[in-house]
Design a protein. Structure first.
Length: 241
């Protein structure tokens, strides 16, 4: 397991020089997500952001949600991501940045978090990595901590992007794809392969049903299976009981 996790972490090392920024288009509806955060997340909270990249969401959270503290995690360094240049050096008073080498969350204090946010990140994390995060987040979250997590579901993605079936198929074993007779068989194969080969930047199509089962197995409560803000990907809202 440790070798698989290390291999996954290492697959990110040379990606997104200058920091991943994310897509801001109508289908992804990031303005809608901004509005949701501003009207549904309290102030003066201790917030964890998993996979901050260049800091597109970090900057928004600090400037609009007025957190007590924001802890940003990313597999790449703040220098690689050009994080402080984008977010602002003055934000160091309220933001802690940690480069992760595993999914253990050792830099985050136990029972310290009021809210967890992750967008455009778990789609790049295998099911094994997601389970490790879910397991370790339990120790870091206060009771009642809410977690907002976006991830990849091939059915929803295809409904939004029917011209991008190639993108769903692109990460799957070619010999198995050849045996699929329908799109549904391809989508099911994608979900089955959510712990598949580690390819830099690949999407892991865990799917809503499997993700929710994993959350329930760790004892989380599902507040919303899909907030239906992003028209292309699932955003699930869960809570530590």
């Amino acid at each position: 397991m440790k070798d698989k996790i290390l291999e996954e972490i290492q697959s990110f090392q040379q990606l997104w020089v200058g920091g991943y920024f994310g897509e801001n288009n109508e289908k992804r509806n990031q303005v809608g997500l901004e509005n949701y955060l501003q009207h549904n997340v309290g102030k003066q909270l201790n917030i964890l952001e998993i996979g901050c990249g260049r800091g597109r969401w970090s900057k928004y959270i600090v400037e609009n949600l007025n957190p007590n503290h924001l802890h940003c995690l990313d597999v790449l360094s703040d220098v690689h991501n050009n994080f402080w240049s984008f977010v602002g050096q003055e934000k160091k008073e309220i933001i802690t940045y940690s480069q992760v080498k595993d999914f253990e969350l050792n830099d985050v204090k136990d029972e310290s978090l009021d809210f967890v946010f992750s967008y455009d990140v778990w789609c790049h994390i295998s099911e094994l990595g997601q389970k490790k995060y879910l397991e370790n987040l339990l120790k870091k979250c206060k009771h009642g901590c809410k977690l907002l997590i976006m991830y990849a579901d091939p059915y929803k993605y295809y409904n939004s992007e029917p011209n991008k079936l190639w993108f769903i198929k692109g990460y799957l074993p070619k010999e198995k794809v050849k045996n699929c007779k329908t799109n549904e068989e391809i989508f099911d194969l994608a979900i089955q392969d959510s712990d598949g080969q580690k390819i830099p930047g690949r999407w892991y199509w865990i799917g809503k049903e499997k993700f929710i089962v994993n959350c329930l197995n760790f004892g989380y409560e599902i507040l919303s299976e899909d907030l239906k803000i992003d028209n292309t990907n699932i955003i699930t809202l869960l809570e530590k009981k």
